[in-house]
Ligand binder design. Sequence first.
Ligand code: NAP
Length: 312
Amino acid sequence: MYDILIIGGGPGGYTAALYGARAGFDTALVEKLSPGGQMALTSQIDNYPGFPEGIDGFTLGDNMRKQAERFGAVTIYGEAVKAELDGDVKRVHTDGGELLARSVIIAAGSVPRKLGLADEEALTGHGVGYCAVCDGMFYRGKDVAVAGGGETAVADALFLSRICRKVYVIHRRDSLRASRASQEALFQAENVEVIWDSNVTGLDSLDGKLSGIRVTDKKTGETRSISCSGLFIAVGQQPSSELFTGQLETDKNGYIVAGEDTKTSLPGVFAAGDIRTKEVRQVVTAVADGACAVHSAGEYLKETASCGTPSE
Ligand code: NAP
């Protein structure tokens, strides 16, 4: 039985693993793919302190894993498929077996939101994508589009502008949500065209591959076709909280309700990083949550230990 079991190996999860292991708790972390979470899909992170030249998200994630493991944290590769979180003994079922723990830190993060277009799923991997850094290279020299106006959309468009012939950014409003620094860089890129006040309303394909998109101007109602080989959808994230709904309090968007102490509605269960209700979702805030979650878990473990050993 672990003292602390962490679900998710992004920056929040691996910070919790580092703090937990360093504090002497028997700490394990379940990760389904590779360290870093969504951060690992970011080509350049310039707003995480300590890296004056920036760092790519994959390397940062792997460094966080190594640092936590240096102090004895264990990574268990597998997917959590069921969680029973009430009671003193928490049970997390993974595709590799059942894990028991006295406390659980949920740091499962979020996944890209879909646009919900007809054929979006069928064309995913055949022109439609959610990660420009992962798949952008397939579109070298071609025309592509990015849907969205946040930090991710602008970073994706900038990344693609360096390898593609032309990049369209389709945004539903007349101003971007992304930071001013990112916007300035975007407006300087000569091969980027922003299409304002518009939504992607349709996908065209040829032989099972994306051949173009239909874009509708919200003000005029007019729809036009744009020929492109790739569409990267960057319209925000949705929390990976399905496993916990019904057991833990969540808000209307599915985020697990927890304050800065990361305490959820169940004793001994904490939520860290993007999956938690919060204002600012950044690597630094996820990392801060990881430290706070271990502090709260430590207090909980001390209290429950003084009430006797939990029974199975
Ligand atoms: P986001 O900030 O939620 O932005 C989502 C964008 O998609 C918004 O422009 C939104 O439009 C648009 N959108 C949402 N739903 C839509 C729909 N159904 N149809 C069309 N457009 C839609 O998401 P994000 O860019 O993925 O960023 C998520 C968080 O990660 C943010 O806190 C961001 O700062 C952070 N992040 C940070 C970095 C970094 O610092 N290096 C990099 C990436 C992400 P509206 O603007 O009209 O709402």
